[in-house]
Design a protein around this ligand. Structure first.
Ligand SMILES: Nc1ncnc2c1ncn2[C@@H]1O[C@H](COP(=O)(O)OP(=O)(O)OP(=O)(O)O)[C@@H](O)[C@H]1O
Ligand SMILES: [Mg+2]
Length: 252
């Protein structure tokens, strides 16, 4: 399993934060890592200080022509690469409307570059539709961040439903690597929500819980990650643990 999406239909649950921090941790552990940003918001590029070339990701998905050196971008970490996105990706559905393989455009792209990397992480937008379907069909595994709030738990349940609906419709769904509890703050209420989540999803919930930590937002305001800016912080330690858990689970 080496193509992994960080996926949830709910917005603001920590998908991009988890994707970028995991990417940095994996690269530091010497895994050649690629992050593909499938969110038109383009936050992965922003957080890693990479300016996207306009329409590049849309054109590459559309045509399948990889033009490697232009689409795959180097970052400040030797082993970390990204395919940044920009707002043009919001036009994806319209641009591939007549293509019979429109749900497989990302899978086709990934198949062309997979051998170049030890692991590929895909950051997802908080919506449904064709981009989401492309992500699920291109992924071998998914990591589902869960905000420890009432609506966060509802979002996790509906994300699970989308995955099983995909399985029914396409006879394929990626394996669930972990639900990752995020925004934990040690109040009795978030403890209760965490217990609920564990009671419901058991072994699928990661042992690692990510604390609500202002260092995360601070790191992002400097276009960096908390594991780089504040490696001693609670959340950075959590990302280090999470990456170890994931490596063990997927066997890379
Ligand atoms: N553990 C945390 N502690 C504090 N702030 C956090 C934490 N996780 C995420 N955040 C903050 O919450 C906001 C949303 O996080 P993020 O962008 O990673 O979510 P997302 O799921 O990718 O959102 P979207 O659905 O819009 O793509 C960001 O401002 C981020 O800094
Ligand atoms: Mg995001």
């Amino acid at each position: 399993m080496k193509v992994i999406s960080i996926f949830s239909e709910k917005g603001g649950v920590g998908k991009t934060t988890i994707t970028t921090n995991l990417g940095v941790c994996l690269a530091k552990k010497d895994y050649k890592t690629l992050i593909i940003d499938m969110d038109p918001q383009g936050h992965v590029g922003k957080l890693l200080g990479i300016e996207p070339i306009k329409r590049r990701i849309l054109d590459v998905l559309k045509t399948g022509n990889i033009m490697q050196d232009e689409i795959i971008r180097k970052t400040r970490l030797e082993k970390l690469f990204i395919i940044p996105s920009d707002w043009s990706l919001a036009d994806f559905t319209v641009n591939v409307a007549r293509d019979p393989a429109r749900h497989l455009k990302l899978k086709i792209l990934v198949s062309k570059i997979k051998d170049m990397f030890d692991i590929i992480l895909i950051d997802s937008p908080p919506s449904l539709e064709l981009i989401t379907l492309n992500i699920l069909l291109a992924s071998e595994g998914v990591i589902i961040p869960v905000a420890l709030t009432y609506l966060g738990l509802v979002g996790a349940a509906s994300t699970l439903k989308i995955i099983s609906q995909t399985k029914k419709a396409f006879n394929y769904a990626p394996g669930i690597i972990a639900f990752v509890p995020n925004l934990y703050d040690e109040t009795p209420y978030t403890k209760e929500l965490l217990e609920k989540l564990r009671a419901k999803l058991g072994k699928f919930v990661s042992k690692t819980v990510i604390y609500k930590d202002p260092e995360i937002d601070k790191s992002q305001s400097y276009s960096t990650t908390v594991v780089e800016l504040s490696p001693e912080s609670k959340s950075a330690k959590a990302f280090e643990n999470l990456v170890d858990e994931i490596i063990l689970k997927i066997g890379i």
